[in-house]
Design a protein around this ligand. Structure first.
Ligand SMILES: [Zn+2]
Length: 213
């Protein structure tokens, strides 16, 4: 009986989440929000600059909303407010990127002219094989254990073949999906001499972490 239930669940899961709705996971698309931080920061602005944290009736809120939107339009037009187009690289990311660049991790690259793809070993691994890359690309696993071990042991980094555009590089690690930049993009760029980390990034001995705060 139990086994039947499990098979039914596996079939349901496969149909629903692998076949019908198969684009639910973060890795499917770059540059989409992974958190609602952006939305919350807009809420904060509305409360700080427009409603002053007062609970107001819907009718008045509607009027304020129209005024707010008008004001924002003008502020963006006159560059008093700006959309950030490039991610900011914190000292923490520089430090991790520099340490990654100086590590013995070997990377497999594939040059496509305009872009170059890099496959890098994740976690404590230093090497990957072409077989590891094939496994990741085909996403075929025989057991759950195999998936657990192999799905996250290779990061995929794609860079433009142009030093000035190194910040347009992408990576499929979780940090990149959150911050639009990560130690791999910074690290590969440092190795390629596309960019230089700030001197402070080199203050931390290799293998050590920067303290929080
Ligand atoms: Zn990364």
């Amino acid at each position: 009986m139990e086994a039947k239930k499990q098979i039914a669940f596996v079939e349901y899961f496969e149909n629903e989440w692998l076949n019908s709705h198969n684009t639910w996971y973060e890795n499917i698309q770059h540059f989409t929000p992974s958190t609602n931080d952006g939305l919350e920061s807009f809420n904060k602005i509305i409360k700080d600059e427009d409603t002053y944290r007062e609970r107001i009736p819907l009718s008045r809120f509607r009027i304020i909303t129209f005024e707010t939107v008008k004001q924002w339009s003008s502020q963006y037009k006159h560059k008093l407010k700006q959309y950030i187009q490039t991610p900011s690289i914190t000292l923490d990311i520089w430090t991790k990127g520099y340490q990654w660049a100086k590590s013995d991790k070997s990377v497999i690259s594939m040059n496509h002219g305009y872009t170059v793809e890099y496959y890098a070993p994740a976690d404590d691994e230093f090497k990957i094989s072409n077989n590891d890359i094939d496994t990741i690309n085909t996403m075929k696993w025989n057991t759950f254990d195999q998936y657990r071990k192999r799905a996250f042991n290779v990061w995929y980094i794609k860079m433009q073949n142009d030093p000035t555009n190194w910040m347009k590089g992408i990576c499929n690690c979780p940090a990149f999906f959150k911050c639009y930049v990560c130690k791999h993009v910074a690290g590969v760029s440092i190795r390629l001499k596309f960019c230089k980390p700030p001197p402070a990034a080199k203050d931390i001995p290799i293998g050590h972490k920067r303290k929080r705060g």
